[in-house]
Design a protein around this ligand. Structure first.
Ligand SMILES: Cc1cc2nc3c(=O)[nH]c(=O)nc-3n(C[C@H](O)[C@H](O)[C@H](O)COP(=O)(O)OP(=O)(O)OC[C@H]3O[C@@H](n4cnc5c(N)ncnc54)[C@H](O)[C@@H]3O)c2cc1C
Length: 513
């Protein structure tokens, strides 16, 4: 779609997509859309990026999405792997140890610790390389109108942007959510925590890197804040006021037992946050969608708030791309919330479960918890369950492994996505089979590519062997549409995908059980 395209019923479009909010989610969405050549205007109320750290963890799947946004090796420079997360009680007894060493299935460490402003700076640099992104800072949106073909957002300064779609990536207090009347469902989780970010003058080894102290006298989180940085989080006690906790002197007092003081560290910031668990009841109203914190918020105990938003961006991108280029109907967007909400709910629920264990301030309750948990600790770190997949939407209803994430192996020593890009990929380790030309031409028309791997890396070989299959049909956001054991089944899978994209109505395609 060319910039400033003309629609007779609308007049002039300023952009294909207007994104409100330039946090990590809005910025990532803008980059992913612009990489498809779409014209994107990003409207951000503040003149400069938010300078203070919030998120400190992302998982391997989200790292792969950042890789697809072109952050690549720079992402490794601003992050450090987090292999084991240990929880201890007040006396130092281990209550829980979990995590995995090495790279996860997506070709990135299972868990990485980072500094959010450093990530946002990388995103800003990447966005600046893409000519179809126009980031307008200092523009606060306070108006929204839709027609059948367009949507206009207007700003406090009197300017307006008309686009084919608007995505509200405007954070927890989303104006777009309010203007589009997309209500919020609150799960009633409220705890206040003092967040303290520290830069140590001298490097220091913390073992374990990430520690949760389940001390009812002061539940405390002590984790990496990315290379060279540490994050402490201290829960407000029932006997304490917000003002008592939210003071620099109090932050230093709480850091003192960790041998952190003004003589060896710089306090980057301290702030009290109320952790919430909420999500928008509807994520779309016609041409308006919500993504990131605008659509959902969760306590940070699982480190999944931003991650969920980055998954939203990856999900929306390929759908908007197909719609904007006339290759799929607008109703494809009905699958956005359908796919994203269940996975997000699981992340919210898991975060709340962790929070309910951590945020115990009653010593008797804590003692009972400690006894039960300590008895279950094994020698090796526990392995967390797989990250949630997709149960419905654009996934095959009966094909084995549909809705799971596909692995990223190497091709000739390079990460698969760096060689073949991120898009619809039909990947096989059977190099000799052929597919019908018309079907391949259609697949090509949606940006699909058939990849025959002649010499599979261990990651691909093991995956195909363990899953008893030889074809994998991967979506642009790396979930599997389905798998096939021979070329006839693979052709059938493509045929069904063609039908699915032409008629995305979920009622026609069933739900995976
Ligand atoms: C203490 C803490 C720890 C966390 N830890 C983790 C973690 O380890 N891992 C993780 O994944 N997540 C974590 N999170 C959550 C994560 O920080 C957020 O989910 C993430 O920042 C949300 O990104 P976003 O782009 O959706 O929203 P935001 O970053 O809030 O960006 C929204 C943007 O919209 C702009 N805006 C708002 N209204 C308007 C308007 N009317 N007009 C124009 N612009 C507007 C705002 O100025 C802002 O720049 C943590 C959060 C906190 C507070």
């Amino acid at each position: 779609m060319p910039f400033a395209a003309i629609d007779e019923s609308v007049g002039r479009f300023d952009a294909d997509v207007a994104i409100v909010g330039c946090g990590p989610v809005g910025n990532t969405l803008a980059i992913l859309l612009a990489q498809h050549g779409h014209e994107v205007v990003v409207l951000e109320r503040w003149p400069d990026p938010y300078p203070l750290p919030r998120a400190v963890h992302f998982d391997h799947e989200v790292a792969r999405i950042f890789q697809s946004a072109g952050l690549g090796p720079a992402l490794r420079d601003i992050s450090e792997p987090a292999e084991v997360y240990e929880w201890r009680n007040a006396t130092g007894t281990t209550l829980l140890r979990f995590g995995q060493r090495g790279d996860g299935p997506s070709g990135w460490p299972y868990a990485s610790m980072f500094n959010q402003p450093a990530l946002e700076s990388l995103l800003a640099q990447r966005a600046a390389q893409l000519p179809t992104i126009d980031i307008r800072r200092g523009v606060e949106i306070n108006g929204l109108t839709q027609t059948a073909n367009s949507v206009t957002v207007s700003a406090v300064d009197g300017t307006a942007v008309t686009a084919r779609f608007v995505v509200g990536c405007d954070g927890a207090n989303s104006t777009i959510r309010r203007l589009a009347d997309l209500g919020v469902h609150d799960l009633g989780f409220f705890f206040d925590w003092l967040i303290v970010d520290v830069v140590l003058d001298e490097p220091r080894v913390f073992d374990p890197l990430n520690l949760q102290v389940c001390d009812p006298a002061r539940p405390t989180t002590a984790v990496s804040g990315g290379p060279g940085r540490r994050r402490w989080e201290f829960m407000r006690l029932p006997t304490e006021t917000l003002d008592e906790l939210d003071a620099e002197q109090r932050a230093w007092e709480l850091l003192a037992p960790w041998d952190v003081h003004p003589g060896n560290a710089r306090l980057e910031r301290h702030a009290v946050y109320t952790f919430n668990a909420r999500y928008a009841e509807r994520w779309r109203d016609a041409r308006v969608m919500l993504a990131g914190d605008a659509a959902h918020q969760m306590p940070p105990f699982a480190g999944q708030g931003m991650c969920a938003g980055i998954r939203d961006a990856a999900n929306l991108t390929w759908k908007l791309d197909l719609i904007l280029t006339g290759r799929a109907p607008d109703s494809l967007l009905d699958t956005y919330q359908l796919e994203r909400l269940p996975s997000t709910r699981r992340a919210i629920d898991f975060s709340m479960q962790l929070g309910n264990v951590i945020c115990v301030a009653d010593p008797i309750d804590a003692a009972a918890r400690d006894e039960a948990m300590a008895a279950a600790v094994g020698d090796e770190p526990a392995v967390l369950p797989d990250l949630p997949g997709l149960d419905s939407g654009i996934v095959h209803a009966t094909s084995p492994h549909a809705g799971r994430q596909f692995v990223q192996g190497d091709i000739d020593g390079q990460p698969f996505d760096d060689v073949h890009g991120a898009g619809w990929r039909l990947i096989t380790i059977d190099p000799d089979t052929d597919l019908d030309d018309d079907l391949v031409a259609w697949f090509d028309s949606i940006g699909g590519r058939v990849v025959r791997i002649a010499a599979p890396s261990d990651v691909h070989r093991v995956w195909f062997t363990d899953h008893h299959t030889i074809w994998a049909l991967q979506r642009p956001d790396f979930y599997l549409y389905g798998t096939a054991t021979d070329s006839n089944e693979a052709a059938q899978l493509l045929t069904e995908l063609r039908d699915h994209l032409a008629h995305p109505d979920p009622a026609l395609h069933g739900i995976r059980t």
